[in-house]
Design a protein around this ligand. Sequence first.
Ligand SMILES: NC(=O)c1ccc[n+]([C@@H]2O[C@H](COP(=O)([O-])OP(=O)(O)OC[C@H]3O[C@@H](n4cnc5c(N)ncnc54)[C@H](OP(=O)(O)O)[C@@H]3O)[C@@H](O)[C@H]2O)c1
Length: 177
Amino acid sequence: MKNYVYIATSLDGYIATEDGSVDWLSEIPNPNDSDYGFNDFIQGVDAIVMGRKTFEKVLSFGQWPYTKKVFVLSSKLKEVPKEVTDKAEIIAGDIKDITADLNKKGFMNLYIDGGKTVQSFLREGLIDEMVITRIPVLLGSGIPLFGKLDKPIRFDEVETEILDELLVKSHYKITSK
Ligand SMILES: NC(=O)c1ccc[n+]([C@@H]2O[C@H](COP(=O)([O-])OP(=O)(O)OC[C@H]3O[C@@H](n4cnc5c(N)ncnc54)[C@H](OP(=O)(O)O)[C@@H]3O)[C@@H](O)[C@H]2O)c1
């Protein structure tokens, strides 16, 4: 039963520009057309929990990219567009209760996505592992991955790889107390 973050950030820690654009990610040269391990990662999770803003961005791509069920955290959205009704579902409430509920339904390993969403899971002590790929670009401003915490959260570094001599992919596990 684990909750994972798997995300790309700029050197200055942003996951998107201020207007939510992730075009800077698709502009990275990818000579071998690699998914940089995303498929292997997704095979190891049972479901994805994402924030409403990330969900809306994914919908804007026009092609649904996920092979696992997506739960969308939102107090504003009441239902998902009909083209994804069998793939995505709206959830709301306390994230501890939400997580416990999903675990009870058999979704044991969860991929948590979206800046605000990751931040709220971190604040509740609900993130076990993070795979963060740093892209060598400074955006100067944008939507941050991390935010305020009540106290430091320590992680052990499991592995760091340099991909295509460009991307730095680090895997962290929460330090056991
Ligand atoms: N670089 C990357 O790898 C990467 C990965 C993922 C996303 N992104 C980008 O990040 C941006 C979105 O991140 P973000 O930080 O702005 O937002 P986000 O976390 O995707 O979504 C925030 C929204 O999620 C809902 N939410 C979050 N926690 C909730 C809770 N505990 N209970 C109920 N609802 C909750 C709220 O929706 P309501 O307002 O409806 O209540 C909130 O406004 C997008 O531009 C996306 O493209 C980048």
